[in-house]
Design a protein around this ligand. Sequence first.
Ligand code: G6P
Length: 613
Amino acid sequence: MCGIVGYVGDEEALPILLQKLNLLTYRGYDSAGIAVSHNGNFYVEKAQGKVGQLEQLIDYSIASGVVGLGHTRWATHGEPSRLNAHPHLDCSGRIALVHNGIVENFLSLRTQLEAEGHTFRSETDTEVLVHLVEKYYDGNVTKAVQLALQQVEGALAIVVLHKDEEDRLVAAKMDTPPLIIGLGRGENHVASDIPALLHYTNKVYVMEDGEVATITKNDVLITNFREAVQPRIYERRVMVIDWPPEVAQKGGYPHYMLKEIHEQPDTIEDTLRGRLLEDGHTDIPDLHVLPEEIRAVQRMTFVACGTAYHACLVAKHLFETVLRIPVQVDVGSEFRYRQPIIGPDEWVVAISQSGETADTIASMREGREQHAKVLAITNVVGSSVARLADGVIFTRAGPEIAVASTKAFVGQLIGVYLLLLHMAQFRPHAHADELQAMAGELPRLAGLVQRLLEDQAGVQDIAGRIAQQPACFFIGRNLDEPIALEGSLKLKEISYIQSQGYAAGELKHGTLALLEEGIPVICLATQPNVYDKMLSNVQEVMARRAWTIGLVPEGDTGSQHLMDDVLTVPRTHPWLSPVLAAVQVQLLAYHCANALERDIDQPRNLAKSVTVE
Ligand code: G6P
């Protein structure tokens, strides 16, 4: 998704803007641009392609200024091109604007503005915003932005620079896209995401829906475009972030994805720390649920998008098995539009790494409107998801930069285990011994992941051979099914190999027709209760002479005789196996994409944080 950066202070803005843009590239983008201003010298440059291509186009002899903004664009309206890249300028060329999000009523606004004499140069929805600011400008850019946004429907974050008021940037947020102000000494920053700010400051202000910020080097004035047009000072809710700046660097790994895969033991330990007590009980202060609410809950709906959706599927298996609470799982983009039935004493639980995914947020709002208790498992403190929820389990994965989610997913699984253990304390259930065994095993899990990471020769070899195949399948039953889906998603998103994940028993109802000699089928078989049934499904695959690759616990003998190749994971409690299996399929996808020399951290067409519908 688009990334926004801005700077106002005493330093040259350009290198700061470019560095921050480079730190945002993980969000996914297809073009980039900057604008800087100083003493009436207003310099704008943009490029299709990477930030490096923008850097080559910039004329450094004139690109000077102590205030500026920048943008990485992920195309929605209009193809990726230099013309459609941001910043967009008004007719007079005095106002530069960058935007993340969508202007839903842009066609009617564009028609109206064109009738009023404004000339448009791009195909973007964004351009209406800068012409609206121009229309309302009468010497006060903040006021012009407020009036412009009153005409707009949609979800957006913008930053505006006016040549005639070059001591300030105006930032505004409507609905979901995140916008963070970084508070420095004698300088202030703005960016779409916290990691882009950490080199400069750890003090941040997360903008709220409706807010307009006038940012000068020594001050930030927060107003709201939906309320009084006269500026009103809001109390600052400044947060201090304790992530070190290095978290946004590769730390010697060739890709962020590999670094993040290797950080998973820390994610597990950090997410459990202080929450899982020695006696197996839990202490989760941010969750804010009362024992009587836990006893009363009748049904739970887990909603999420992408990888986080697969964490929801793991939750469904566990919560229904252990607590006998009916659980439904939905992707955010469907849940919000299918008029879901949510009765009294029902909970909606959103899972989201970024906490800014538009469809997930909309689903939470749907739950809230229907009077459900709304909980969240998320990685970002201060994110929209965190603020919307009645209670939160924060995963402590640190910033995840690679588009393909890895450590955040494992953090989400740990969040699911914690929620399960927490609720089990207050509801009668018949799995006390099993749950106690799982809780006892959780503190060992990080070590087991570490062990798995230490020997990647086998997975690398198999991945190299899969890289030569046109398609791949992942199958599993029970708790292995969500990881089959996740493995398939990981592989397709970073290697571009056609891949499908399936419930193993369902393969014969259609998809088996696609199996041919040599086509790889990753067969996950970590769940003892369906192990024999899984091996029967493997036989069905073998009969089509496909290439079977088992993913099984260490010491498993059945698979050694049956399957062509075997990947193992350390033995653990079966309910925790999804964590280890997830790490193994992440490595498989990573090494496969690496063999194919793909752009692993920024796969084509994809965005890290999807802040539009
Ligand atoms: C995007 C990312 C996925 C992620 C999904 C949900 O599609 O590329 O990796 O799983 O969004 O994101 P969230 O931040 O809500 O977990």
